[in-house]
Ligand binder design. Structure first.
Ligand code: PLP
Length: 424
């Protein structure tokens, strides 16, 4: 089959007719499939079913003898901080364990920064006339929505395949109004890329206009490999400390996609000053986190090997789903030479770049055929993809059979929308 750009009008019309018939047949199947969010499938949650019976049997004392049923322990149990310290790349003393949802911790860091200011700053961020945050694109819609909801201006910066365009980041960060940057440094949501050592180094060293600039380092996919290759991600806390900017990064992570999405543990790792700052603020908000859940996690995962072994079970369940999407895109789209898609080595997403100007149409076609996709534009600040072409595909939640069907349907809609565009 020749590329779409080379098809003569009659061949294009014939292809359009053929695809329209296929699309009508797809609609007749009355599918109801959802590829909108990167949620673990029920089988993945089942992997941690055994954890729900723990600690149990009157096992509620921490190693230090704390009664985990009681109040207190704001920073988290030492054994949990020790267990996850290597994952976060920080000494246990610089790790905080929160309740489920790292997004909630990111929210709280926003609120504390806005209302009280951060170490190294001169006033609360909300007292500035205008503040902005750099948003590598394509990025995570909930990050952007969180900052936007507090009136922080979102400034897009393109990703390059090994992290954000650092020339652009350095240029923009020189403005004192720019207070922070969002980063998903490994298997980025949704591009799947991992930041190179050079990018990490430049983020750590760059001159910022704001003395209290923060890197919000959301390492949500630190453990979530799909293949055999394990990318190297430089340690942002060490890089920033070595560059004389120890308070610049705040690292986040969680076990939402390790154990149980709605009942995992979330973490912060940061400099001693940032840890003190966070805990001081958090102490006004809570008397302490759910330490029974912390104990449950240590009893279940045991050690670093236990965490990696558990992640292998996830990989066995989801890698075939990613492969199925790639197979469908390759079969349906490759020869037409207009669409591009990622082949991530980890994380939860695939990016499909459709023909420019057709992203919303693809999503609408898919919806009418019973397949829910993330709205076009959601990978960009304010939900606006200037090229209307980047779609985020989330293959983990549906069953493998459903993923095969859905990926084929997405590819069909992509092709149909491209034909329509060329014929217009
Ligand atoms: N950060 C990223 C990059 C994510 O993709 C997600 C969920 O998809 C989250 C955070 C949410 O994390 P949590 O469940 O810990 O709130």
């Amino acid at each position: 089959m020749s590329s779409l750009a080379e098809l003569r009008p009659d061949a294009l019309a014939a292809l359009h007719g053929e695809l329209t018939r296929e699309y009508e047949a797809l609609k007749d199947r009355k599918l109801s499939l959802d590829m909108t969010r990167g949620k673990p499938a029920p089988e993945q949650l089942d992997l941690a079913e055994g954890m729900l019976a723990l600690p149990g049997n009157r096992d509620h004392l921490s190693e230090a003898g704390e009664d985990t049923r009681n109040y207190g322990g704001l920073q988290g149990l030492a054994e949990v901080r020790n267990l996850f310290a290597p994952v976060l790349g920080a000494p246990a003393a610089q790790v905080i364990v929160g309740n489920n949802s790292s997004l909630a911790l990111m929210h709280d860091v926003h609120v504390y920064a806005l209302l009280r200011g951060v170490p190294g700053g001169t006033k609360p961020w909300s007292k500035e006339e205008e503040i902005a945050i750099l948003c590598p694109v394509p990025g995570y819609d909930r990050h952007f929505a969180l900052s936007e909801s507090f009136g922080i201006k979102l400034i897009p910066v393109p990703l390059t395949g090994e992290g954000p365009d650092m020339d652009e980041v350095e240029r923009l960060a020189a403005d004192p109004k720019v207070k922070a940057i969002w980063c998903v440094p490994q298997y980025s949501n949704p591009s799947g890329e991992t930041y190179s050592d050079a990018v990490v180094e430049r983020l750590a060293r760059m001159k910022t206009g704001a003395p209290d600039f923060r890197i919000l380092w959301d390492n949500a996919y630190a453990l979530h490999h799909l293949g055999e290759t394990r990318p190297h991600l430089a340690n942002i806390l060490e890089a920033c400390a070595a560059a004389g900017n120890p308070d610049r990064p705040v690292v986040f992570a969680s076990t939402s996609k390790v154990t149980i999405a709605g009942a995992g543990l979330a973490f912060i790792a940061a400099s001693p000053a940032n840890v003190r700052w966070y805990l001081d603020n958090a102490s006004k908000r809570t008397i302490g986190p759910d330490k029974l859940n912390q104990l449950r996690h240590v009893r279940f995962l045991r050690d670093l090997d236990g965490i990696h072994a558990h992640m292998e079970k996830h990989r066995a369940l989801i890698a075939p789903k990613f492969a199925a999407v790639e197979e469908a895109f390759e079969r349906r789209l490759a020869s037409h030479s207009f669409a591009r898609w990622t082949k991530p080595a980890g994380g939860y997403f695939i990016i499909l770049d459709v023909m420019a100007g057709t992203g919303s149409r693809v999503v609408a076609l898919a919806k009418a055929a019973g397949l829910a996709l993330t709205p076009a534009g959601s990978t960009h600040p304010y939900g606006k993809d200037p090229e209307d072409r980047t779609l985020r595909i989330a293959p983990t939640y549906p069953s493998l059979a459903e993923v095969k069907l859905a990926a084929d349907a997405v590819a069909l809609c992509t092709l149909l929308a491209a034909c329509e565009k060329r014929m217009a």
